[in-house]
Design a protein around this ligand. Structure first.
Ligand code: ADP
Ligand code: MG
Length: 477
Protein backbone atom coordinates (compact mmCIF):
# COMPACT_ATOMS: atom_id res chain seq x y z
CA UNK A 1 0.00 0.00 0.00
CA UNK A 2 1.18 3.48 -0.77
CA UNK A 3 2.25 5.56 2.17
CA UNK A 4 -0.08 8.40 2.91
CA UNK A 5 1.22 11.86 2.36
CA UNK A 6 -0.24 14.05 5.01
CA UNK A 7 0.47 17.76 5.00
CA UNK A 8 3.17 18.42 7.54
CA UNK A 9 1.02 20.97 9.29
CA UNK A 10 -1.50 18.28 10.09
CA UNK A 11 1.02 16.37 12.10
CA UNK A 12 1.77 17.33 15.61
CA UNK A 13 5.48 16.72 15.48
CA UNK A 14 7.10 17.23 18.81
CA UNK A 15 9.61 20.02 18.83
CA UNK A 16 13.15 18.76 18.68
CA UNK A 17 13.63 15.45 16.98
CA UNK A 18 10.97 14.76 14.35
CA UNK A 19 8.84 11.66 14.91
CA UNK A 20 10.25 10.03 11.79
CA UNK A 21 13.85 10.42 12.94
CA UNK A 22 13.03 9.04 16.36
CA UNK A 23 11.27 6.14 14.67
CA UNK A 24 14.32 5.38 12.60
CA UNK A 25 16.35 4.91 15.74
CA UNK A 26 13.63 2.74 17.25
CA UNK A 27 13.49 0.67 14.06
CA UNK A 28 17.23 -0.04 14.38
CA UNK A 29 16.70 -1.29 17.90
CA UNK A 30 13.82 -3.51 16.82
CA UNK A 31 15.81 -4.91 13.95
CA UNK A 32 18.69 -5.78 16.26
CA UNK A 33 16.35 -7.38 18.74
CA UNK A 34 14.12 -9.39 16.44
CA UNK A 35 16.37 -10.05 13.49
CA UNK A 36 16.21 -9.07 9.88
CA UNK A 37 13.43 -11.46 8.83
CA UNK A 38 10.93 -10.39 11.45
CA UNK A 39 11.79 -6.78 10.92
CA UNK A 40 11.25 -7.02 7.20
CA UNK A 41 7.98 -8.93 7.52
CA UNK A 42 6.32 -6.98 10.27
CA UNK A 43 8.04 -3.86 11.42
CA UNK A 44 9.42 -2.19 8.33
CA UNK A 45 5.92 -1.24 7.20
CA UNK A 46 5.25 0.82 10.31
CA UNK A 47 5.47 4.57 10.34
CA UNK A 48 5.45 6.95 13.24
CA UNK A 49 3.04 9.77 12.50
CA UNK A 50 3.30 11.87 15.59
CA UNK A 51 3.89 11.94 19.29
CA UNK A 52 1.46 13.81 21.41
CA UNK A 53 0.31 13.75 25.01
CA UNK A 54 2.63 10.91 25.93
CA UNK A 55 1.43 8.77 23.09
CA UNK A 56 3.18 7.76 19.89
CA UNK A 57 0.84 7.26 16.99
CA UNK A 58 2.03 4.62 14.51
CA UNK A 59 0.44 3.43 11.32
CA UNK A 60 0.47 0.01 9.75
CA UNK A 61 -0.40 -0.78 6.12
CA UNK A 62 -3.14 -3.33 6.80
CA UNK A 63 -5.54 -4.26 9.51
CA UNK A 64 -3.97 -7.61 9.90
CA UNK A 65 -0.48 -6.15 10.29
CA UNK A 66 -1.77 -3.82 12.94
CA UNK A 67 -3.27 -6.65 14.98
CA UNK A 68 -0.26 -8.83 14.61
CA UNK A 69 2.24 -6.15 15.46
CA UNK A 70 0.18 -4.99 18.43
CA UNK A 71 -0.19 -8.51 19.77
CA UNK A 72 3.39 -9.62 19.26
CA UNK A 73 5.58 -6.57 19.28
CA UNK A 74 3.46 -3.85 20.88
CA UNK A 75 5.06 -4.02 24.30
CA UNK A 76 8.52 -4.12 22.77
CA UNK A 77 7.89 -1.16 20.52
CA UNK A 78 6.64 0.85 23.45
CA UNK A 79 9.67 -0.11 25.53
CA UNK A 80 12.05 0.79 22.70
CA UNK A 81 10.39 4.17 22.31
CA UNK A 82 10.51 4.75 26.02
CA UNK A 83 14.20 4.05 26.15
CA UNK A 84 14.75 6.96 23.81
CA UNK A 85 11.99 9.25 25.02
CA UNK A 86 10.90 8.69 28.58
CA UNK A 87 7.80 10.84 28.13
CA UNK A 88 6.22 8.28 25.81
CA UNK A 89 3.81 6.20 27.85
CA UNK A 90 1.70 4.47 25.26
CA UNK A 91 1.48 3.73 21.59
CA UNK A 92 -1.47 3.71 19.30
CA UNK A 93 -1.42 1.77 16.06
CA UNK A 94 -3.75 2.86 13.29
CA UNK A 95 -4.37 1.41 9.89
CA UNK A 96 -2.99 3.56 7.17
CA UNK A 97 -5.68 4.48 4.71
CA UNK A 98 -4.95 5.21 1.14
CA UNK A 99 -7.45 7.96 0.62
CA UNK A 100 -7.77 9.60 3.99
CA UNK A 101 -5.35 11.19 6.39
CA UNK A 102 -3.60 8.46 8.29
CA UNK A 103 -4.83 9.44 11.69
CA UNK A 104 -8.41 9.98 10.62
CA UNK A 105 -10.67 9.67 13.61
CA UNK A 106 -12.73 7.01 11.91
CA UNK A 107 -9.77 4.65 11.71
CA UNK A 108 -10.27 1.99 14.36
CA UNK A 109 -7.48 2.15 16.82
CA UNK A 110 -5.67 -0.59 18.56
CA UNK A 111 -3.87 0.72 21.55
CA UNK A 112 -1.09 -1.00 23.39
CA UNK A 113 -0.65 0.43 26.79
CA UNK A 114 -0.81 -0.60 30.37
CA UNK A 115 -4.03 1.24 31.07
CA UNK A 116 -7.25 -0.80 31.10
CA UNK A 117 -8.99 1.85 29.04
CA UNK A 118 -6.56 1.25 26.21
CA UNK A 119 -7.06 -2.50 26.40
CA UNK A 120 -10.72 -1.98 25.66
CA UNK A 121 -9.69 -0.76 22.23
CA UNK A 122 -8.85 -4.36 21.39
CA UNK A 123 -12.55 -4.90 20.98
CA UNK A 124 -12.47 -2.77 17.89
CA UNK A 125 -10.83 -5.65 16.01
CA UNK A 126 -13.24 -7.98 14.19
CA UNK A 127 -13.94 -10.86 16.50
CA UNK A 128 -13.53 -13.54 13.90
CA UNK A 129 -9.95 -12.41 13.26
CA UNK A 130 -9.14 -12.40 16.92
CA UNK A 131 -10.72 -15.81 17.39
CA UNK A 132 -8.65 -17.21 14.54
CA UNK A 133 -5.53 -15.59 15.93
CA UNK A 134 -6.28 -17.03 19.36
CA UNK A 135 -6.66 -20.55 17.99
CA UNK A 136 -3.47 -20.36 16.01
CA UNK A 137 -0.22 -21.51 17.60
CA UNK A 138 2.62 -18.97 17.68
CA UNK A 139 4.90 -19.02 14.68
CA UNK A 140 8.65 -19.30 14.99
CA UNK A 141 10.18 -16.16 13.45
CA UNK A 142 13.11 -18.21 12.14
CA UNK A 143 10.89 -20.56 10.20
CA UNK A 144 10.40 -18.62 6.99
CA UNK A 145 10.99 -19.53 3.36
CA UNK A 146 14.07 -17.35 3.41
CA UNK A 147 15.60 -19.56 6.04
CA UNK A 148 14.63 -22.82 4.40
CA UNK A 149 17.42 -24.47 2.47
CA UNK A 150 16.19 -26.37 -0.56
CA UNK A 151 17.79 -29.55 -1.81
CA UNK A 152 16.76 -32.71 -3.60
CA UNK A 153 15.14 -34.34 -0.56
CA UNK A 154 12.73 -31.46 0.11
CA UNK A 155 12.42 -29.94 -3.34
CA UNK A 156 8.87 -31.05 -4.05
CA UNK A 157 7.54 -30.23 -0.59
CA UNK A 158 9.14 -26.80 -0.77
CA UNK A 159 7.79 -26.03 -4.24
CA UNK A 160 4.29 -27.07 -3.23
CA UNK A 161 4.45 -25.06 -0.02
CA UNK A 162 5.49 -21.99 -1.95
CA UNK A 163 2.70 -22.43 -4.45
CA UNK A 164 0.15 -22.62 -1.68
CA UNK A 165 1.63 -19.64 0.14
CA UNK A 166 1.79 -17.43 -2.92
CA UNK A 167 -1.50 -18.34 -4.51
CA UNK A 168 -4.39 -15.99 -3.77
CA UNK A 169 -6.83 -18.90 -3.82
CA UNK A 170 -6.88 -22.62 -3.36
CA UNK A 171 -4.27 -24.37 -5.56
CA UNK A 172 -5.92 -26.90 -7.89
CA UNK A 173 -4.64 -30.40 -7.29
CA UNK A 174 -3.01 -29.31 -4.03
CA UNK A 175 -5.95 -29.43 -1.68
CA UNK A 176 -5.07 -30.65 0.77
CA UNK A 177 -1.35 -30.28 0.58
CA UNK A 178 -0.09 -33.18 2.66
CA UNK A 179 3.53 -32.95 3.79
CA UNK A 180 5.11 -35.98 5.35
CA UNK A 181 8.48 -37.23 6.49
CA UNK A 182 10.47 -38.35 9.51
CA UNK A 183 11.11 -36.13 12.52
CA UNK A 184 13.23 -33.04 12.24
CA UNK A 185 13.19 -32.84 8.46
CA UNK A 186 11.38 -29.51 8.10
CA UNK A 187 7.63 -30.14 8.00
CA UNK A 188 6.83 -27.66 10.73
CA UNK A 189 9.31 -25.20 9.27
CA UNK A 190 7.54 -25.26 5.92
CA UNK A 191 4.14 -24.86 7.52
CA UNK A 192 5.27 -21.84 9.52
CA UNK A 193 6.79 -20.41 6.37
CA UNK A 194 3.45 -20.72 4.58
CA UNK A 195 1.63 -19.05 7.46
CA UNK A 196 4.15 -16.19 7.69
CA UNK A 197 3.96 -15.59 3.99
CA UNK A 198 0.19 -15.49 3.86
CA UNK A 199 -0.04 -13.28 6.90
CA UNK A 200 2.40 -10.85 5.42
CA UNK A 201 1.33 -10.89 1.78
CA UNK A 202 -1.99 -12.70 1.65
CA UNK A 203 -4.14 -9.59 1.54
CA UNK A 204 -5.97 -10.42 4.74
CA UNK A 205 -6.52 -14.13 4.09
CA UNK A 206 -7.21 -15.70 7.43
CA UNK A 207 -4.86 -18.49 8.48
CA UNK A 208 -4.98 -20.88 11.36
CA UNK A 209 -1.93 -22.98 12.07
CA UNK A 210 -1.93 -25.47 14.91
CA UNK A 211 -0.91 -28.97 15.81
CA UNK A 212 -3.44 -31.79 15.68
CA UNK A 213 -2.87 -32.11 19.40
CA UNK A 214 -3.91 -28.53 20.01
CA UNK A 215 -6.82 -28.94 17.64
CA UNK A 216 -8.04 -31.79 19.82
CA UNK A 217 -7.47 -29.84 22.99
CA UNK A 218 -9.40 -26.83 21.69
CA UNK A 219 -12.17 -29.07 20.48
CA UNK A 220 -12.57 -30.82 23.83
CA UNK A 221 -12.40 -27.50 25.64
CA UNK A 222 -15.15 -26.15 23.41
CA UNK A 223 -17.30 -29.19 24.04
CA UNK A 224 -16.88 -28.86 27.78
CA UNK A 225 -17.74 -25.20 27.85
CA UNK A 226 -20.59 -25.73 25.40
CA UNK A 227 -18.94 -23.53 22.83
CA UNK A 228 -18.64 -26.06 20.08
CA UNK A 229 -20.65 -23.86 17.77
CA UNK A 230 -18.16 -21.03 18.15
CA UNK A 231 -15.35 -23.55 17.66
CA UNK A 232 -16.88 -24.81 14.43
CA UNK A 233 -17.47 -21.28 13.22
CA UNK A 234 -13.93 -20.20 13.89
CA UNK A 235 -12.43 -23.15 12.08
CA UNK A 236 -14.81 -23.01 9.19
CA UNK A 237 -14.34 -19.32 8.58
CA UNK A 238 -10.65 -19.47 7.78
CA UNK A 239 -9.15 -19.27 4.32
CA UNK A 240 -6.23 -21.53 5.07
CA UNK A 241 -6.23 -24.20 7.75
CA UNK A 242 -2.95 -25.87 8.64
CA UNK A 243 -2.81 -28.85 10.95
CA UNK A 244 0.60 -30.14 11.97
CA UNK A 245 1.38 -33.72 13.03
CA UNK A 246 -1.98 -35.17 12.11
CA UNK A 247 -0.85 -38.64 13.26
CA UNK A 248 -1.66 -37.41 16.74
CA UNK A 249 -5.39 -37.89 16.20
CA UNK A 250 -4.99 -41.58 15.47
CA UNK A 251 -7.26 -43.53 17.77
CA UNK A 252 -9.06 -40.35 18.89
CA UNK A 253 -12.43 -41.01 17.34
CA UNK A 254 -14.45 -37.94 18.17
CA UNK A 255 -11.58 -35.63 17.24
CA UNK A 256 -11.29 -37.42 13.91
CA UNK A 257 -14.97 -36.96 13.38
CA UNK A 258 -14.77 -33.23 14.00
CA UNK A 259 -11.64 -32.94 11.92
CA UNK A 260 -13.32 -34.78 9.07
CA UNK A 261 -16.30 -32.43 9.10
CA UNK A 262 -14.13 -29.34 9.33
CA UNK A 263 -12.04 -30.68 6.50
CA UNK A 264 -15.05 -31.33 4.28
CA UNK A 265 -16.65 -28.01 5.06
CA UNK A 266 -13.50 -26.15 4.10
CA UNK A 267 -12.88 -28.13 0.93
CA UNK A 268 -16.48 -27.54 -0.10
CA UNK A 269 -15.99 -23.82 0.33
CA UNK A 270 -12.83 -23.96 -1.69
CA UNK A 271 -10.56 -23.18 1.21
CA UNK A 272 -6.98 -24.36 1.37
CA UNK A 273 -5.82 -27.07 3.75
CA UNK A 274 -2.25 -27.96 4.61
CA UNK A 275 -1.65 -31.03 6.72
CA UNK A 276 1.52 -32.69 7.93
CA UNK A 277 2.14 -36.17 9.22
CA UNK A 278 4.99 -38.51 10.02
CA UNK A 279 3.99 -40.89 7.22
CA UNK A 280 1.90 -40.90 4.08
CA UNK A 281 -1.91 -40.80 4.42
CA UNK A 282 -2.24 -44.42 3.35
CA UNK A 283 0.25 -45.53 6.01
CA UNK A 284 -1.38 -43.66 8.88
CA UNK A 285 -2.55 -46.16 11.43
CA UNK A 286 -5.52 -45.71 13.73
CA UNK A 287 -7.12 -43.24 11.39
CA UNK A 288 -10.40 -44.03 9.78
CA UNK A 289 -10.33 -45.03 6.17
CA UNK A 290 -12.53 -42.13 5.03
CA UNK A 291 -10.25 -39.61 6.76
CA UNK A 292 -7.14 -41.21 5.32
CA UNK A 293 -8.48 -41.20 1.83
CA UNK A 294 -9.49 -37.54 2.10
CA UNK A 295 -6.04 -36.68 3.33
CA UNK A 296 -4.58 -38.18 0.20
CA UNK A 297 -6.86 -36.36 -2.21
CA UNK A 298 -4.62 -33.49 -3.07
CA UNK A 299 -0.88 -33.36 -3.34
CA UNK A 300 1.08 -35.70 -1.12
CA UNK A 301 4.66 -34.48 -0.88
CA UNK A 302 7.27 -36.32 1.11
CA UNK A 303 10.43 -34.92 2.61
CA UNK A 304 13.22 -37.44 2.38
CA UNK A 305 16.15 -37.91 4.68
CA UNK A 306 18.84 -35.28 4.15
CA UNK A 307 21.75 -35.75 1.83
CA UNK A 308 25.28 -34.65 2.56
CA UNK A 309 24.90 -31.68 0.20
CA UNK A 310 21.72 -30.50 1.88
CA UNK A 311 23.28 -30.81 5.31
CA UNK A 312 26.22 -28.72 4.16
CA UNK A 313 23.86 -26.11 2.73
CA UNK A 314 21.85 -25.97 5.93
CA UNK A 315 24.98 -25.61 8.05
CA UNK A 316 26.26 -22.78 5.89
CA UNK A 317 22.93 -21.01 6.06
CA UNK A 318 22.75 -21.33 9.85
CA UNK A 319 26.33 -20.15 10.26
CA UNK A 320 25.61 -17.15 8.10
CA UNK A 321 22.66 -16.27 10.31
CA UNK A 322 24.88 -16.39 13.36
CA UNK A 323 26.80 -13.44 11.98
CA UNK A 324 30.40 -13.05 12.92
CA UNK A 325 30.96 -16.69 13.78
CA UNK A 326 33.74 -18.37 11.86
CA UNK A 327 33.79 -22.11 11.50
CA UNK A 328 36.48 -23.75 9.39
CA UNK A 329 35.14 -25.57 6.35
CA UNK A 330 36.68 -28.81 7.61
CA UNK A 331 34.57 -28.66 10.75
CA UNK A 332 31.43 -27.89 8.76
CA UNK A 333 32.13 -30.92 6.60
CA UNK A 334 32.79 -33.01 9.66
CA UNK A 335 29.38 -32.11 11.09
CA UNK A 336 27.62 -32.73 7.79
CA UNK A 337 29.25 -36.15 7.59
CA UNK A 338 28.59 -37.20 11.13
CA UNK A 339 25.25 -35.80 12.16
CA UNK A 340 23.02 -37.47 9.64
CA UNK A 341 19.88 -38.26 11.61
CA UNK A 342 17.90 -35.08 10.97
CA UNK A 343 18.14 -31.32 10.71
CA UNK A 344 17.11 -30.70 14.28
CA UNK A 345 20.05 -32.70 15.60
CA UNK A 346 22.34 -31.09 13.07
CA UNK A 347 21.30 -27.64 14.30
CA UNK A 348 21.69 -28.74 17.88
CA UNK A 349 25.19 -30.01 17.21
CA UNK A 350 26.19 -26.78 15.50
CA UNK A 351 24.81 -24.70 18.34
CA UNK A 352 26.71 -26.75 20.87
CA UNK A 353 29.98 -26.40 19.04
CA UNK A 354 29.52 -22.65 18.66
CA UNK A 355 28.41 -22.17 22.26
CA UNK A 356 31.43 -24.07 23.50
CA UNK A 357 33.84 -22.10 21.37
CA UNK A 358 32.30 -18.81 22.46
CA UNK A 359 32.46 -19.77 26.12
CA UNK A 360 36.03 -20.94 26.19
CA UNK A 361 37.09 -18.33 23.64
CA UNK A 362 39.01 -20.75 21.47
CA UNK A 363 38.90 -21.39 17.76
CA UNK A 364 36.68 -24.20 16.56
CA UNK A 365 38.52 -27.30 15.36
CA UNK A 366 37.52 -30.84 14.49
CA UNK A 367 39.03 -31.97 17.78
CA UNK A 368 36.95 -29.61 19.88
CA UNK A 369 33.84 -30.48 17.88
CA UNK A 370 34.51 -34.15 18.48
CA UNK A 371 34.96 -33.51 22.15
CA UNK A 372 31.84 -31.41 22.56
CA UNK A 373 29.70 -33.82 20.58
CA UNK A 374 31.14 -37.00 22.02
CA UNK A 375 27.84 -38.28 23.41
CA UNK A 376 25.99 -37.49 20.21
CA UNK A 377 28.59 -39.14 18.01
CA UNK A 378 28.75 -42.13 20.30
CA UNK A 379 24.98 -42.48 20.33
CA UNK A 380 25.03 -42.53 16.57
CA UNK A 381 27.76 -45.07 16.68
CA UNK A 382 26.18 -47.23 19.31
CA UNK A 383 22.83 -47.31 17.70
CA UNK A 384 24.00 -49.51 14.88
CA UNK A 385 27.08 -51.38 13.76
CA UNK A 386 28.35 -52.08 10.27
CA UNK A 387 27.58 -55.75 10.87
CA UNK A 388 23.94 -54.98 11.76
CA UNK A 389 23.62 -52.98 8.59
CA UNK A 390 25.08 -55.73 6.44
CA UNK A 391 22.76 -58.26 8.00
CA UNK A 392 19.59 -56.19 7.65
CA UNK A 393 20.34 -55.06 4.11
CA UNK A 394 21.20 -58.60 3.01
CA UNK A 395 17.94 -59.84 4.50
CA UNK A 396 15.99 -57.12 2.77
CA UNK A 397 17.44 -57.90 -0.65
CA UNK A 398 17.47 -61.66 -0.12
CA UNK A 399 21.19 -62.05 -0.55
CA UNK A 400 23.75 -63.71 1.69
CA UNK A 401 25.69 -61.69 4.28
CA UNK A 402 28.84 -63.10 2.76
CA UNK A 403 27.95 -61.29 -0.46
CA UNK A 404 28.63 -58.07 1.43
CA UNK A 405 32.26 -59.10 1.67
CA UNK A 406 32.63 -60.56 -1.79
CA UNK A 407 33.92 -58.86 -4.89
CA UNK A 408 31.02 -60.01 -7.08
CA UNK A 409 29.89 -57.23 -9.33
CA UNK A 410 26.52 -58.42 -10.54
CA UNK A 411 23.89 -55.75 -9.93
CA UNK A 412 21.78 -57.96 -7.66
CA UNK A 413 24.65 -58.10 -5.20
CA UNK A 414 26.55 -54.91 -5.92
CA UNK A 415 23.59 -52.57 -5.40
CA UNK A 416 22.65 -53.92 -1.94
CA UNK A 417 26.32 -53.74 -1.00
CA UNK A 418 26.40 -50.09 -2.03
CA UNK A 419 23.29 -49.42 -0.01
CA UNK A 420 24.91 -51.05 3.00
CA UNK A 421 28.06 -48.95 2.57
CA UNK A 422 25.94 -45.84 2.25
CA UNK A 423 24.09 -46.67 5.44
CA UNK A 424 27.33 -47.52 7.23
CA UNK A 425 28.62 -44.06 6.35
CA UNK A 426 25.39 -42.42 7.50
CA UNK A 427 24.69 -44.36 10.64
CA UNK A 428 28.09 -45.06 12.13
CA UNK A 429 31.08 -42.88 12.85
CA UNK A 430 33.46 -45.27 11.12
CA UNK A 431 35.90 -43.75 8.69
CA UNK A 432 35.75 -44.57 4.99
CA UNK A 433 38.82 -46.88 5.02
CA UNK A 434 37.41 -48.62 8.09
CA UNK A 435 34.10 -49.21 6.35
CA UNK A 436 35.93 -50.49 3.28
CA UNK A 437 37.84 -52.97 5.41
CA UNK A 438 34.62 -54.31 6.90
CA UNK A 439 33.27 -54.98 3.42
CA UNK A 440 35.88 -57.59 2.60
CA UNK A 441 38.90 -55.28 2.51
CA UNK A 442 37.75 -52.81 -0.11
CA UNK A 443 39.41 -49.50 -0.79
CA UNK A 444 37.95 -46.28 0.67
CA UNK A 445 37.36 -44.98 -2.86
CA UNK A 446 34.96 -47.87 -3.40
CA UNK A 447 33.01 -46.66 -0.39
CA UNK A 448 32.99 -43.08 -1.67
CA UNK A 449 31.75 -44.32 -5.01
CA UNK A 450 28.98 -46.34 -3.32
CA UNK A 451 27.81 -43.37 -1.25
CA UNK A 452 27.74 -41.12 -4.31
CA UNK A 453 25.92 -43.71 -6.37
CA UNK A 454 23.24 -44.28 -3.76
CA UNK A 455 22.74 -40.55 -3.22
CA UNK A 456 22.36 -40.11 -6.95
CA UNK A 457 19.79 -42.89 -7.16
CA UNK A 458 17.89 -41.48 -4.19
CA UNK A 459 17.55 -38.18 -5.95
CA UNK A 460 16.36 -39.79 -9.16
CA UNK A 461 14.21 -42.64 -8.06
CA UNK A 462 11.53 -42.04 -5.47
CA UNK A 463 10.86 -45.70 -4.94
CA UNK A 464 14.49 -46.46 -4.29
CA UNK A 465 14.63 -43.44 -1.97
CA UNK A 466 11.81 -44.70 0.20
CA UNK A 467 13.32 -48.17 0.25
CA UNK A 468 16.60 -46.84 1.59
CA UNK A 469 14.78 -44.60 3.99
CA UNK A 470 12.79 -47.53 5.29
CA UNK A 471 15.97 -49.54 5.81
CA UNK A 472 17.48 -46.62 7.66
CA UNK A 473 14.46 -46.25 9.89
CA UNK A 474 14.47 -49.95 10.65
CA UNK A 475 18.09 -49.72 11.59
CA UNK A 476 17.52 -46.80 13.92
CA UNK A 477 14.48 -48.31 15.59
P1 ADP B 1 9.63 -31.61 11.61
O1 ADP B 1 8.43 -30.76 11.83
O2 ADP B 1 9.64 -32.27 10.27
O3 ADP B 1 9.87 -32.58 12.72
P2 ADP B 1 11.05 -29.11 11.85
O4 ADP B 1 10.35 -28.33 10.81
O5 ADP B 1 10.67 -28.81 13.26
O6 ADP B 1 10.92 -30.67 11.59
O7 ADP B 1 12.62 -28.93 11.65
C1 ADP B 1 13.58 -29.15 12.69
C2 ADP B 1 14.59 -28.04 12.70
O8 ADP B 1 15.36 -28.09 11.52
C3 ADP B 1 13.96 -26.67 12.73
O9 ADP B 1 14.73 -25.82 13.54
C4 ADP B 1 14.01 -26.22 11.28
O10 ADP B 1 14.11 -24.81 11.18
C5 ADP B 1 15.26 -26.89 10.78
N1 ADP B 1 15.18 -27.25 9.35
C6 ADP B 1 14.61 -28.34 8.82
N2 ADP B 1 14.75 -28.38 7.48
C7 ADP B 1 15.42 -27.25 7.16
C8 ADP B 1 15.89 -26.70 5.90
N3 ADP B 1 15.68 -27.33 4.74
N4 ADP B 1 16.55 -25.53 5.94
C9 ADP B 1 16.78 -24.91 7.12
N5 ADP B 1 16.38 -25.37 8.32
C10 ADP B 1 15.71 -26.53 8.34
MG1 MG C 1 7.05 -30.80 13.37
Amino acid sequence: MEAVITPASALAVTPGEPASALWERVAEKLKARHGEAVYRSWLRGLECKHIEGGKAVLTAPTRFMREWVAAHYGADIRAALQELRSDILAIDILVRQADAPAAAPCAPSLAVSTSPAADAALLAVPEADLAALAMSAPLDPRCTFEHFVVGKPNELAHAAARRVAESPAVVPGCNPLFLYGGVGLGKTHLMHAIAWHIRAHGGGRRVIYLSAEKFMYQFIKALRSRESLAFKETFRSVDVLMIDDVQFISGKDSTQEEFFHTFNALVDQNKQLVISGDRSPSDLEGIEERVRSRLGWGLVADIHATTYELRLGILHSKIEQMRGIHIPQKVVEFLAHKITSNVRELEGALNRVVAHATLVGRAITIETAQEVLMDLLRAHDKRVTVEDIQKKVAEHYHIKVSDMHSARRSRSVARPRQVAMFLAKRLTTRSLPDIGRRFGGKDHTTVIHAVKKVEELISQDAEFASEVELLERMMRA
